[in-house]
Design a protein around this ligand. Structure first.
Ligand SMILES: NC(=O)c1ccc[n+]([C@@H]2O[C@H](COP(=O)([O-])OP(=O)(O)OC[C@H]3O[C@@H](n4cnc5c(N)ncnc54)[C@H](OP(=O)(O)O)[C@@H]3O)[C@@H](O)[C@H]2O)c1
Length: 224
């Protein structure tokens, strides 16, 4: 079964969001590689996840090597590192799906929506890479907080945007593997809404003193 699943590289996978998603994907049977600026740090992060999983399921590599080995590459780095990281691995992305999780937060006021001049953060990445890479935006509204706790049901829908429907479908499958409902939310330019929503959720977390609020889309049939 595992043989038929694509290999995932999670760049910046040593961080909170990337390691949480990587953990859930590895648990679901995906071959997962954590990427980092440092191969040693990635290997240490992978060892931690393997201890949690009780099996050697996750490997660690530098970001470029991880991107080269994977069929689907997931970007989980801070906004300030987004373009430099994409630039570092661009040569390994041609023909692949890049899932961008980046939220364009501008510290210190992360509870304020501060969108980039390009519109959304992800559109700038698609522009950098050209049409040979299918860029999909997703998971911006999923808090890292409970991802490594399998007993916790993460209550959040995933708005999946991208200009290629087949690539969006592949990312909806990844959301399902995490235990989440992914939804086709339109073309890549619509990512601006998911990116902006995160600051709203951070405001809610602060006001109500909770670790991770999420979103739910209503009105859909159960099976969707
Ligand atoms: N945390 C959440 O709950 C959450 C929820 C939804 C979306 N997001 C978004 O997901 C992304 C990752 O969030 P996070 O909380 O996981 O971030 P993070 O823990 O601060 O950073 C993730 C990883 O990015 C790499 N990184 C940090 N600074 C870098 C730099 N200057 N250049 C290159 N790489 C750098 C680091 O990996 P190495 O040092 O190993 O290279 C780090 O472990 C962000 O865009 C965030 O807005 C986060």
């Amino acid at each position: 079964m595992t043989d038929s699943l694509p290999t995932l590289a999670v760049l910046g996978g040593t961080g909170a969001e990337g390691s949480g998603l990587a953990f859930r994907w590895a648990y679901a049977g995906y071959p997962v590689i954590l990427g980092s600026r440092s191969a040693e740090k990635a290997q240490a992060g992978a060892a931690e996840l393997n201890t949690l999983l009780g099996k050697e399921l996750v490997r660690g590599m530098d970001n470029l090597s991880a991107a080269k080995e994977a069929q689907i590459v997931v970007l989980t780095v801070p906004y300030s590192a987004q373009k430099p990281t994409v630039s570092d691995v661009a040569s390994a992305l041609e023909g692949k799906i890049l899932v961008d999780v980046t939220v364009p937060l501008v510290p210190p006021k992360v509870n304020r929506v501060q969108l980039p001049p390009e519109g959304s953060a992800v559109e700038a990445v698609q522009k950098m890479l050209g049409t040979g890479v299918k860029v999909v935006s997703a998971f911006q509204n999923v808090s890292a907080h409970h991802l490594k706790d399998l007993s916790h049901t993460v209550e959040c829908d995933v708005l999946v945007t991208g200009d290629d429907i087949t690539a969006r479908e592949a990312v909806i499958t990844l959301a399902k593997a995490v235990g989440l409902r992914g939804l086709h939310a339109g073309p890549l330019c619509n990512s601006v809404v998911a990116e902006a929503l995160t600051s709203v959720l951070i405001s809610i977390n602060q006001r109500y003193n909770i670790p991770g609020s999420g979103i739910r889309i209503t009105g859909l049939p159960e099976q969707d």
